[in-house]
Design a protein around this ligand. Sequence first.
Ligand code: ZN
Length: 303
Amino acid sequence: MSAAEAQTLRDFSQDASLLALNTATLGHNLDGFGAGWSCERVIDACAERGLGGITFWRREIAPIGTPLAAFEARATEVGKRVRAFGMQVAGLCRTPFVVGRTTPQPLSAMFDDFKASIDMAAALGAATLTIVVGGVEPGHNLRQSLAMVQDRVGQMADYAAARGVGLGLEPLNPVYGGNRSCLTTVRDAVNMIDALSHPAIGLAVDVYHVWWDLSLAEQLQRLKPEQIHGFHLCDWLEDTEDFLLDRGMMGDGVADLKHLRAAVEGAGYRGLCEVEIFSKRSWWTKAPEEVLDTCVARFKEVC
Ligand code: ZN
């Protein structure tokens, strides 16, 4: 990191007020993992440690399949509790895949679920709803798949804007290109955001997905600060065993965290930094208190 980069960085060393927890870090988004804490217990534990916000997964608010009205009632309650502690609901994960083999069918079902996820985010008071776009569409190539993503996300933008919800396009690491996200580079995501040019649509930057990309800063400069909807923290382990569920704690891997943050903050981002660690073999086996304490300590020291 250059001296100029260091100067633009916010100071994280004193407290955790700019740290948000993505609850995936506690294993809550997958069956059979995590300590099974209620949203209330997670909120209280984050508040005790002085965090600035929390990002939830839909299934934690209410089981998948819960009628929307019941989901919204519960989401409203959860959102209120977060804000009562002076924290924000940083985000909600996530929309259905909009392309690829596992996209809900017929397509009208995908759009219905997409709208429901926007309604859920609005009820929570979440600033942004994460979009993981889905893998390459069967029978189509990458370029065609990306064009379909652009069209389908574009169709949801007004609905989101009317409800005060931002849509954060999250390009994923190219290892997921086949089945989870044909959107794999910040460049392609910024191209899409540019083409759509809609106030609801922006970018979510995740260390796990972008740590290798030396053009990150240059690409982010193409966006307005308000088009950056989030910055997600973790680390890329030198010997990753599982591309989905073996993310590292900040400081345990090879990503240059301060350099990456300098790129994001250099583009004007001033929002929360969200720790998001899927870690089946390590962090999900530990007590949530220990995980949270470690997140806070590493946030202050190495992020
Ligand atoms: Zn992420």
